[in-house]
Design a protein around this ligand. Sequence first.
Ligand code: F6R
Length: 242
Amino acid sequence: MKLIRVENYKEMSSKAAQLVEQQILDNPHSVLGLATGSTPLGLYEQLIQGVSERGISYRHVQTINLDEYQGLSGDHPNSYRHFMNEKLLGHIDISLENTHIPSGKSLPVEAECQRYEALIDKIGPPHLQMLGMGTNGHIGFNEPGTLETSLTHCVKLEASTRSSNARFFSDRDSVPTHAITMGIQSILKSEQILVLASGKKKAQAVKRFLEGHTSKDFPASFLWKHNHVTLIVDSDAYSLAA
Ligand code: F6R
């Protein structure tokens, strides 16, 4: 695993943007794996600027997102599809039909999970998968206890994850109880993985991650099974590992 230590969130976002843009320059037909959450917002702002300021084009790029809330349609303001369109996809020169996110409304949900995993295999796997990390070590919505062999599946969200995500909703009870997520195995199919962590609240998770012991109690630890993982971490997030 490659560790890149930076000072703060802004530097983390710039460094990540450099790596993503280099991937696109190296292969204009790249498939990017994308995440939602607060962590990649600065990265996405930089990528948007990169289109006008650095001439980066997403005309041939395809994207595959990690996860979506079950029960929310793509135009729901709290859906991850809406988030991605608002924060990145609607502001770069990508064709929305080349952007893929599980459908939160498709039933039966098992069929949607199978369709999505087949899509990952067909157009992907991603050349570069971006990940944030939950304070409990979750990646995507793979909560502690998730098997390493898991493919795209439906999960019941942990109370801690629902509470943490409640900041985006009007109240905690509005946070969906279930989600569709790429599994650990789906994520590990990616050619390269870029993990971002910023801020004191991630310090404990970063410390545990860097210990390097693989355990299903801490899903991010399965990333140690992959040969091309880069962690970009700022000084607050690294503070307990130092
Ligand atoms: C997002 C996702 C989650 C987040 C994680 C960290 O698509 O799958 O695993 O990456 O919850 O969230 P933030 O970045 O908000 O701290």
